[in-house]
Ligand binder design. Sequence first.
Ligand code: 5GP
Length: 192
Amino acid sequence: MEKGKLIIFSAPSGSGKTTIVRHLLQYPELKLEFSISATSRPPRGEEKDGEHYYFLSTEDFKKHIKHGDFLEWEEVYRDNFYGTLKTEVERIWAMGKNVIFDIDVAGGLRIKRKFPEETLAVFVKPPSVDELKIRLKKRKTESEDKINMRIAKASVELATAPQFDKIIKNYDLDTAKQEAYDLVAGFIGLHK
Ligand code: 5GP
């Protein structure tokens, strides 16, 4: 199979990486297709199975682990498993497209190690941990407990930023989106 590129956007929850990934998906010239992860957490809000995630029971998720079906997987939060199925990357490469990932820091670095040549790993940095807290509260999708769990993880994740190929500081969303576009376009060899 012809290999496409792997574009990873990793960041602490609330940094704006999902918004940036969604933005990049609007440009057909980048030939990006979103890697739909599998997760054992329940759907949130309007999330749909097979669109935002493949929602699996914990039991099914563990079966896939046992069968070696994952490119990478992680227990991102306690009892909440997330992972990228090998078939997902194959599906996208078979379409002749590049894969774009919205995954956690550990998962992103693991993919980079497996495919060093094909991967661009980008870390999206929030202005500060305090700002993250404000953004997560505004989102109103998680309980106070869950928000605190995400904040605690964020501090650890911020320390891994230097291991990524590129860092985007998301102080201003429009600037961050433009930077992200330029990085991806450069990496896939597209000249504006
Ligand atoms: P959320 O519950 O907010 O959708 O995602 C929680 C965290 O899990 C986010 O940091 C998200 O990027 C990460 N995540 C989503 N899919 C995957 C995946 O396939 N693998 C890994 N390692 N992390 C993922």
